[in-house]
Design a protein around this ligand. Sequence first.
Ligand SMILES: [Zn+2]
Length: 91
Amino acid sequence: MSEKEDVVVKKKNQFEPIDVTCPSCSSKITTEVTYEPGLSSWMACLVCSYLGLVLGCCLIPFLHKRFKDCVHTCPNCKQIVKRCSRLKSKK
Ligand SMILES: [Zn+2]
Protein backbone atom coordinates (compact mmCIF):
# COMPACT_ATOMS: atom_id res chain seq x y z
CA MET A 1 0.00 0.00 0.00
CA SER A 2 2.49 2.60 1.08
CA GLU A 3 5.45 1.53 -0.90
CA LYS A 4 8.77 3.14 -0.29
CA GLU A 5 9.11 5.69 -3.00
CA ASP A 6 12.76 6.24 -3.63
CA VAL A 7 12.98 6.55 -7.38
CA VAL A 8 9.46 6.57 -8.70
CA VAL A 9 8.03 10.01 -9.15
CA LYS A 10 4.51 9.06 -10.00
CA LYS A 11 3.11 5.67 -9.37
CA LYS A 12 0.33 5.99 -11.85
CA ASN A 13 1.24 2.83 -13.63
CA GLN A 14 4.24 0.93 -12.40
CA PHE A 15 4.13 -1.41 -15.32
CA GLU A 16 4.94 1.14 -17.97
CA PRO A 17 8.18 3.03 -18.58
CA ILE A 18 8.76 5.78 -16.07
CA ASP A 19 10.91 8.89 -16.10
CA VAL A 20 13.38 8.77 -13.27
CA THR A 21 16.88 9.73 -12.36
CA CYS A 22 18.89 6.56 -12.37
CA PRO A 23 20.35 5.85 -8.94
CA SER A 24 23.35 4.15 -10.51
CA CYS A 25 24.53 6.53 -13.19
CA SER A 26 22.54 9.60 -12.17
CA SER A 27 21.23 10.14 -15.65
CA LYS A 28 17.76 11.29 -16.43
CA ILE A 29 16.30 8.26 -18.09
CA THR A 30 13.13 6.59 -19.17
CA THR A 31 13.20 3.07 -17.88
CA GLU A 32 13.06 0.04 -20.08
CA VAL A 33 10.40 -2.33 -18.91
CA THR A 34 10.73 -6.05 -19.16
CA TYR A 35 8.52 -8.71 -17.76
CA GLU A 36 9.93 -11.74 -16.15
CA PRO A 37 8.50 -14.52 -14.10
CA GLY A 38 9.10 -13.93 -10.44
CA LEU A 39 8.27 -15.96 -7.43
CA SER A 40 4.64 -15.16 -7.98
CA SER A 41 4.79 -16.70 -11.42
CA TRP A 42 5.99 -19.96 -10.03
CA MET A 43 3.14 -19.91 -7.59
CA ALA A 44 0.77 -19.03 -10.39
CA CYS A 45 2.18 -21.90 -12.36
CA LEU A 46 1.32 -24.29 -9.60
CA VAL A 47 -2.11 -22.78 -9.24
CA CYS A 48 -2.59 -22.99 -12.98
CA SER A 49 -1.67 -26.62 -12.98
CA TYR A 50 -4.16 -27.28 -10.27
CA LEU A 51 -6.92 -25.13 -11.75
CA GLY A 52 -6.15 -26.54 -15.17
CA LEU A 53 -7.07 -29.94 -13.87
CA VAL A 54 -10.22 -28.70 -12.24
CA LEU A 55 -11.51 -25.94 -14.48
CA GLY A 56 -9.73 -26.36 -17.78
CA CYS A 57 -7.13 -24.17 -19.40
CA CYS A 58 -9.10 -20.98 -19.87
CA LEU A 59 -7.63 -19.29 -16.82
CA ILE A 60 -4.02 -19.87 -17.69
CA PRO A 61 -3.42 -16.91 -20.03
CA PHE A 62 -4.98 -14.56 -17.55
CA LEU A 63 -2.92 -15.80 -14.65
CA HIS A 64 0.20 -15.94 -16.72
CA LYS A 65 0.04 -12.25 -17.50
CA ARG A 66 -1.28 -11.33 -14.12
CA PHE A 67 1.64 -12.74 -12.21
CA LYS A 68 4.59 -11.55 -14.17
CA ASP A 69 6.96 -9.21 -12.48
CA CYS A 70 7.78 -5.90 -14.02
CA VAL A 71 11.43 -4.89 -14.10
CA HIS A 72 12.53 -1.33 -14.82
CA THR A 73 16.07 -1.09 -16.08
CA CYS A 74 18.23 1.86 -16.99
CA PRO A 75 19.01 2.00 -20.74
CA ASN A 76 22.32 3.68 -19.93
CA CYS A 77 23.92 1.41 -17.40
CA LYS A 78 21.57 -1.57 -17.54
CA GLN A 79 21.08 -1.53 -13.81
CA ILE A 80 17.73 -2.49 -12.37
CA VAL A 81 16.05 0.67 -11.18
CA LYS A 82 12.91 -0.85 -9.84
CA ARG A 83 11.19 -4.16 -9.72
CA CYS A 84 7.46 -4.48 -9.35
CA SER A 85 5.55 -7.54 -8.47
CA ARG A 86 1.87 -7.68 -9.15
CA LEU A 87 1.29 -9.79 -6.12
CA LYS A 88 2.89 -7.64 -3.49
CA SER A 89 4.46 -4.27 -3.93
CA LYS A 90 6.80 -4.42 -0.99
CA LYS A 91 10.51 -4.25 -1.72
ZN1 LIG B 1 21.76 4.16 -15.11
